[in-house]
Write a protein that binds this ligand. Structure first.
Ligand SMILES: Cc1cc2nc3c(=O)[nH]c(=O)nc-3n(C[C@H](O)[C@H](O)[C@H](O)COP(=O)(O)OP(=O)(O)OC[C@H]3O[C@@H](n4cnc5c(N)ncnc54)[C@H](O)[C@@H]3O)c2cc1C
Length: 362
């Protein structure tokens, strides 16, 4: 079977690419759309607003709270609120804006223009890897592309406790070289821990954190999220989202980058399909676009390193300074501008979501 574009992975990155395409498109993923939540699903409110996905929003957050071992600081985000959303609703909304076929299957590799899956082989003129940290296609073209170095590992659970604001803990007694979080999402909260060093043994730390909040553990989800930039193109492949290491260091924010880079990637591929650019020009343009964002990754990478290795006193001081003017508004402006939701293309959803609106907490 031959397609114009084949996309491995149908989460944030894959759906963002697909949403910008017309033609014969194939998305391949072992899980149904919206079934494989790994994330706490916190992002800038501007993202679902701009995409027309407000029906997925569970709670709006006007501030972040940073806890260190001794202090708590409040970081106001009144200019650009954050939100937590429902993963399934969000992805289904994005899928409503895509044309093409979806195959439930697992991509195993690529040979020339053929994608090898457990459901057979599919031929595509253009191939996109949006398969998350394992980067299955890119890794098959360039073995060693997806290594476990430069990745955080995180797990979280859900507890029936309400709250306000997105709350982060930087406390080595709770989680060394990492972060713990409490993200209220309507009637419940997502509570997790992550190791910037990629330590996969986090259950005792999650238990400790939950104990400190007087909460019990329920079902756990999570996984790796890369924080070191990987090549955005490999041979003739476009690589997007976590597959390309586009999750931000320090904050672990990967949804907005995956959609930001995914939409641009999709628009560039559409130009190739329309014949206004060659495939090589498309690959070059996408690579150059992604690389223009390197500055923030480097800066956040440095701050993450400081948080892991720096003296506790310095970390406290930095957190406190970040929350006060003039640094607070300066940082927020730069952080938003890196992938400004206002620059996202609103989605053209074909189907109306007929589900009941979610009970939003503001
Ligand atoms: C515990 C945790 C909490 C997080 N919290 C946040 C948060 O609050 N906010 C935020 O912005 N970011 C958060 N992140 C990071 C964020 O989840 C990722 O950066 C984001 O999901 C990247 O999107 P993606 O589409 O590139 O990859 P993914 O969301 O990982 O999607 C990859 C897709 O590829 C599919 N796939 C995998 N293997 C194959 C294969 N062989 N063949 C075909 N398809 C395949 C998967 O099923 C999946 O659908 C968190 C991450 C973790 C682990």
């Amino acid at each position: 079977m031959t397609y114009d574009v084949i996309i491995a992975g149908s989460s944030f990155a894959g759906l963002a690419v697909a949403s910008q395409l017309r033609g014969r498109i194939l998305l391949i993923d072992p899980k149904p759309i919206g079934a494989g939540q790994t994330s706490a699903c916190g992002t800038l409110l501007g993202v679902p607003q701009r995409l027309g996905l407000m029906d997925s929003v569970l709670q709006v957050h006007p501030f972040l709270a940073f806890h260190t071992s001794t202090e708590t600081e409040r970081y106001e985000v009144r200019e650009q609120h954050f939100c937590t959303f429902d993963y399934r609703r969000f992805c289904e909304g994005m899928a409503e804006a895509t044309v093409g076929d979806m195959v439930r299957g697992s991509v195993q590799g690529v040979e020339g223009n053929e994608v090898i899956t457990d459901r057979g082989r599919f031929r595509g003129e253009i191939l996109v890897d949006a398969s998350g940290w394992r980067a299955v296609l890119a890794n098959s073209v360039r073995p060693g592309y997806a290594t476990r170095t430069g990745m955080s590992y995180g797990i979280e659970t859900v507890a029936p406790r309400k709250g306000e604001g997105l709350c982060f803990w930087y406390d080595p007694d709770l989680i060394p070289e990492g972060v713990a979080w409490f993200f209220p999402a309507g009637q419940a909260s997502r509570i997790g821990v992550a190791s910037y060093a990629g330590d996969g043994h986090l259950r005792p730390h999650l238990d400790l954190f939950l104990d400190s909040l007087g909460l019990a553990k329920a079902k756990i989800h999570g996984g790796y999220f890369p924080w070191s930039f990987r090549a955005p193109t490999v041979g003739k492949l476009f690589v997007v989202g976590d597959a390309a290491g586009q999750c931000l260091p320090l904050t672990g924010e990967g949804i907005r980058p995956a959609i930001h880079f995914g939409q641009v990637c999709g628009r560039i591929i559409q130009q190739v399909l329309e014949g206004t650019a060659s495939l090589q020009q498309g690959l070059d343009e996408y690579r150059a676009f992604v690389r223009r964002h390197r500055g923030l990754y480097r800066l956040l990478g440095l701050l993450q390193w400081l948080l892991m290795r720096g003296p506790v006193g310095l970390v406290h001081r930095l957190v406190a300074l970040t929350c006060r003017e003039p640094l607070r508004s300066f940082i927020l402006r730069g952080y938003v501008a890196f992938a400004d939701p206002a620059r996202l293309t609103p989605l053209q959803r074909k189907a109306r979501v007929d589900a009941e609106p979610l009970p939003l907490v503001a």
